[in-house]
Design a protein around this ligand. Structure first.
Ligand SMILES: Cc1cc2nc3c(=O)[nH]c(=O)nc-3n(C[C@H](O)[C@H](O)[C@H](O)COP(=O)(O)OP(=O)(O)OC[C@H]3O[C@@H](n4cnc5c(N)ncnc54)[C@H](O)[C@@H]3O)c2cc1C
Length: 441
C-alpha cells in the first residue's frame, strides 16, 4: 500500500528547508515516474541490489486509486498477461512470484487456426507444446491486478517510497534533475526514469522523438466463463479483422472455468460492439470463441484499448531514461509488450547497478549508453515481428491466406523450428539480462 505523505517523507529521511528533498549524504536518488509493472520491477530490483546506497521513489497517481476499497469506483484493469518464462524467472528472483503463483495458469499448449468468421469449422494449422524445459511452461497467464499488487507490496517492503502523485515535470540541472509534483514539492535526484506509459508526458517534454503509427484496430479484452476445462490450452484464431486469442485462466467463475480473451477488431466496429447490451456482447463473443468449451458467460464487460506501434528515437536524454511503453509500444498479437517492458527493466536495473557499484553517476552517459545498446535491437526486432504478423494475418486476400496457411502447415511439421519459436515466445533466445537468467543483480 502507498504510505501517507508524512511517512513517505520520513522514509526518504531527507526533506530540506526549501521544500526540495533528495540527495543527502552518499546515497544516490532515483525517481521513477510511473508505477506500472516495469516501473515497480525496476525500483524493487535496484533496492534489493543496492539497499540504502540508493533511494528510490516511485510516483504514480494511480496508487491512490489502487488503494480504493474493493467495489469503489476505480476502473479495474481487466488485462491478464501471458508472462513468459524469462519474465517469470525475474519475478522469482525478485521474490514476488510466490505471491501470484497460486493464481497463475500455466499455458501447456498453443493452437493456431486461420478462418473466416462465417466458416463452420476452424481447422487447426499449428500446435505448440508449451514447455521450454522439463516441467517449465513457456508462459503463465497472470491477472494484471494481482501482479501489480504483489510488486507494489514488495517494493514498499524493500523501502521504495510510493508517492500517489504524478510527476508534472523533470527539469535537468548541472548535476541533478528535479522532479516536480503537483503539490509544489520537488524531488532532487540523480536520475528520473519515465515509465509513464505510451503517451509519456516526460518523454515529450524532454524532446525525445517517437516513430510509430496507430493501427486501425482496437484490442478488446474480457474474462469469459465456460463449462469445459481448457486444459491449459491457449488458442489464437486468426480472423480477417485480426487475431482473437483465448488465453486460459485458473478455474473459477460461475461456470467453473475461465479464459481471458484479447480480441483484435477493426476500430470502426468497436462502438457498436461495446455499445450493445451484455446479451449482444455475448453473442458476438460466442461467434468468435466457438462452442468447444461449452456454454459461455461474460464475467466482465468488454473493454477496448486502441492499438499502436511506436519506439522512441532515443531511450534517454540528460538524466532521464525511458522504460516500458514510454520507450516502446507493440501490437498485442504475440502478448509480448509487458514482457519486453520487464526485459528492459531487468537490463536497466543491471546497467544502473553496475554503474553505481563503480561509483559512477547513474544519471551520466555510461548507464544510458549501456541501456540503449542492450535494448534497441531487441525492441526493434520484436516490434517489427509483431507488426509483420499483424499485417500478414489481418487480411482476407485469398493468395495471402493460402501462402500463410501453407507456411503454418510447414512450421507444424518442423519440430526444430517450433522449439525455436517457443524459446522466442518464452523470452529465452539471445542474451538475457542477469535477472532473467534467475541470477542476482
Ligand atoms: C489489449 C492488450 C493486451 C495486452 N496483452 C499483453 C500480454 O498478454 N502480455 C504482455 O507482455 N503484454 C501485453 N500487453 C502490453 C502491456 O499491457 C503493456 O506493455 C504494459 O502494460 C506497459 O506497462 P507500462 O507500465 O510501461 O505502461 P502503463 O501500463 O501504461 O502504465 C503507466 C503508468 O504510469 C502512470 N503515469 C502516467 N503519467 C504519469 C506521470 N506524469 N507521473 C507518474 N505516473 C504517471 C499511469 O498511472 C500508469 O500507472 C497488452 C496490451 C494491450 C493493449
Amino acid at each position: 500500500m502507498a504510505c501517507p505523505p508524512d511517512e513517505q517523507r520520513a522514509k526518504r529521511d531527507m526533506v530540506q528547508g526549501d521544500g526540495v528533498s533528495g540527495r543527502r549524504g552518499a546515497a544516490r536518488e532515483i525517481v521513477v515516474a510511473g508505477g506500472g509493472l516495469p516501473g515497480l520491477a525496476l525500483a524493487l530490483a535496484l533496492r534489493q541490489a543496492l539497499g540504502e546506497a540508493v533511494r528510490v521513489t516511485v510516483c504514480d497517481p494511480a496508487f491512490a486509486r489502487r488503494d480504493a476499497p474493493e467495489g469503489g469506483s476505480a476502473p479495474r484493469d481487466l488485462r491478464a498477461y501471458a508472462v513468459a518464462a524469462a519474465a517469470r524467472r525475474m519475478l522469482e528472483r525478485l521474490g514476488v512470484w510466490d505471491a501470484v503463483r497460486a493464481g497463475a495458469q500455466p499455458i501447456t499448449e498453443m493452437v493456431i487456426t486461420d478462418s473466416r468468421l462465417a466458416d463452420p469449422v476452424r481447422p487447426t494449422f499449428l500446435t505448440f507444446e508449451g514447455e521450454v524445459a522439463e516441467g517449465e511452461p513457456f508462459a503463465h497467464m497472470v491477472e494484471g491486478g494481482g501482479l501489480l499488487r504483489a510488486l507494489r507490496d514488495a517494493a514498499d517492503a524493500a523501502g521504495v517510497v510510493l508517492e500517489a502523485s504524478p510527476v508534472l515535470a523533470a527539469v535537468p540541472e548541472t548535476d541533478a534533475i528535479v522532479a516536480r509534483l503537483p503539490d509544489g514539492r520537488r524531488i532532487r535526484a540523480d536520475l528520473v526514469v519515465a515509465a509513464d506509459g505510451a503517451r509519456s508526458r516526460l518523454r515529450e517534454a524532454a524532446g525525445i522523438g517517437w516513430v510509430g503509427w496507430s493501427y486501425p484496430q482496437s484490442g478488446i479484452v474480457a474474462t469469459v466463463a465456460h463449462e469445459r476445462d481448457h486444459e491449459g490450452r491457449a488458442i489464437e484464431h486468426f480472423l480477417p479483422s485480426g487475431p482473437f486469442a483465448v488465453l486460459p485462466l485458473p478455474p473459477g467463475g460461475p461456470l467453473g472455468h475461465r479464459s481471458s480473451i484479447v480480441w483484435t477488431e477493426r476500430q470502426s466496429e468497436v462502438p457498436a460492439l461495446l455499445g450493445g447490451g451484455p446479451d449482444e456482447a455475448l453473442i458476438e463473443v460466442e461467434r468468435r470463441f466457438g462452442l468447444a468449451l461449452g456454454r459461455l458467460a461474460l464475467e466482465s464487460p468488454l473493454r477496448a484499448y486502441p492499438l499502436s506501434f511506436g519506439i522512441a528515437r532515443r531511450f534517454g536524454a540528460r538524466r532521464l531514461l525511458l522504460l516500458g511503453d514510454a520507450a516502446h509500444v507493440i501490437h498485442p498479437i504475440a502478448g509480448q509488450g509487458l514482457n519486453l517492458g520487464l526485459r528492459s527493466a531487468a537490463a536497466l536495473a543491471e546497467a544502473l547497478a553496475d554503474t553505481m557499484r563503480l561509483g559512477l553517476d547513474p544519471g551520466g552517459p555510461e548507464a544510458l549508453e549501456t541501456y540503449e545498446r542492450s535494448r534497441r535491437f531487441d525492441t526493434l526486432a520484436m516490434g517489427a515481428a509483431t507488426d509483420g504478423l499483424n499485417r500478414l494475418f489481418s487480411t482476407d486476400a485469398l493468395p495471402v491466406r493460402l501462402a500463410r496457411d501453407l507456411g503454418l502447415g510447414l512450421v507444424d511439421r518442423l519440430p526444430g523450428l517450433k522449439r525455436l519459436f517457443i524459446r522466442e515466445a518464452a523470452g529465452l533466445r539471445g542474451r538475457q539480462p542477469r535477472l532473467m537468467r534467475g541470477e542476482a543483480l
